[in-house]
Design a binder for this molecule. Structure first.
Ligand SMILES: [Zn+2]
Length: 418
């Protein structure tokens, strides 16, 4: 699905460092963090010309499920970053990156006519001492468009404690190891009513099976935990605006995001995190109970996809390629506006040859089977290139991620688990 983009030269350096098996960060987790999760809710607001960030809320949602290493490094550049700095020493103690529906919205026609706000939530390790948190949004021209700095004092009595709902209905459908060393994925239900519990768990198992039928997830399944959480909706089915159908569902998601019929998203980010407070998760997949075709995947935000369309399996894996892997779409439809020709995109599986050496040039030199350079990628027919004739990030008919996408995903798995 069409996603906003941008990049920074900085990206290349970080990603190369990551590719070379990043050295362990000098930050010892126990020196700075309590082992709990600090959930920070923001509002991103503005229009196509001006964007801003404000704080919406702070809470403690229980045991930290994220990484305990590589703390001061970002997994990928993303379209925004969060940085935590220990106030006493000024040391950077944690970084992460993300994309947001808001950053896609600002390139739409609507954003030329009015301002809006979008929820965005990040999960951070709870600091032991006062910490400065900086959120940065970046645009296509490599400039910072919004920067927001706030201090978190872990002794603040107004950091709300969010407890797990004692009646929460959840089950591990794939359990490998400790949350500390594993990548924790939560699968949520959208548009399943109370009577459709078994259907949801069956769909969640199918989604996990689809994921683990793809490399590198297949050979590295031992590094993932997958928990399915049944989050029932009052009504069964999904909101389909083009048919005038609106349903009361757990996360208010709907098709026709930005008037694109297949684009299925939610803007109720807080509801989503509220529903699974106290569950150990880092990545979110939401399954929508419908036969309509569609989905969306936003890097380090969520994947949302329809569970009863014939292409459910390839689509859920494709969208997870966006939300977990930060991979770009490798298809094109003649829209030259999405990526800037002036900068190398940060996504690892497309290039405009501004800095091809930072991408898969080495794999071509090494004559890795199935790797080449093909024009037409990132929605653009000319000037943007993909690594393979076909790939999970290009068509539903492909049977695998291309070797470049596989390597990019493996590097991220390394980042989170090693
Ligand atoms: Zn690919």
């Amino acid at each position: 699905m069409k996603r906003y983009f941008f990049t920074l030269a900085l990206c290349v350096a970080s990603v190369l460092a990551l590719g070379a098996k990043s050295s362990k960060s000098g930050i010892a987790f126990a020196d700075y963090f309590s082992g709990q999760t600090l959930r920070v809710d923001y509002q991103f607001f503005g229009n196509n010309e001006q964007q801003g960030v404000v704080l919406d809320g702070l809470s403690n949602t229980g045991v930290w499920a994220g990484r305990h290493h590589n703390l001061d490094q970002i997994p990928l550049l993303g379209n925004g970053q969060v940085e935590m700095k220990d106030e006493a020493s000024g040391k950077v103690i944690y970084r992460t990156s993300f994309s947001s529906l808001f950053l896609e919205w600002i390139s739409t026609d609507e954003a030329h006519q009015l301002s809006r706000s979008f929820e965005h939530t990040v999960l951070l390790p709870m600091p032991l001492a006062k910490t400065q948190v900086t959120v940065t949004l970046i645009d296509a021209e490599q400039k910072v468009t919004a920067k927001y700095v706030h201090t978190v004092d872990p002794a603040d009595i107004l950091i709300a404690k969010k407890h797990r709902n004692p009646d929460l209905d959840y089950a591990y459908i794939h359990k490998s190891g400790s949350v500390e060393r594993s990548i924790d994925v939560a699968i949520l239900a959208e548009g399943y009513d109370a009577s459709e519990r078994d259907l949801f768990y069956a769909d969640a198992r199918e989604a996990a099976k689809a994921l683990f039928s793809h490399e590198p997830f297949a050979s590295r399944s031992g590094e993932f935990n997958i928990v399915a959480v049944f989050t029932p909706s009052r009504q069964s089915g999904m909101s389909v605006p083009r048919l005038g159908e609106w349903k009361d569902t757990a996360f208010d998601s709907h098709f026709s995001t930005f008037y694109s019929d297949r684009y299925l998203t939610t803007t109720s980010i807080k509801k989503m995190h509220d529903a699974i407070a106290g569950v150990m998760y880092e990545h979110i997949i939401i399954l929508a109970n419908t036969e309509e075709y569609g989905g969306g995947g936003i890097y380090n935000d969520y994947t949302l996809t329809t569970a009863h369309h014939a292409n459910f399996k390839p689509v859920v894996v494709h969208e997870f390629g966006h939300s977990f892997g930060g991979l770009a779409d490798e298809y094109q439809y003649g829209d030259p506006e999405v990526y800037s020709p002036k900068v190398e995109p940060w996504e690892q599986n497309i290039t405009n040859k501004r800095n091809f050496a930072a991408k898969w040039q080495d794999m071509i030199k090494d004559k890795v089977p199935g790797v080449g350079i093909y024009e037409g990628a990132g929605y653009t027919e000319k000037g943007m290139f993909r690594p393979a004739d076909d790939c999970r990030m290009r068509t539903n008919a492909a049977d695998a991620f291309c070797p470049v996408c596989q390597r990019a995903l493996s590097r991220l798995i390394d980042f989170y688990t090693k």
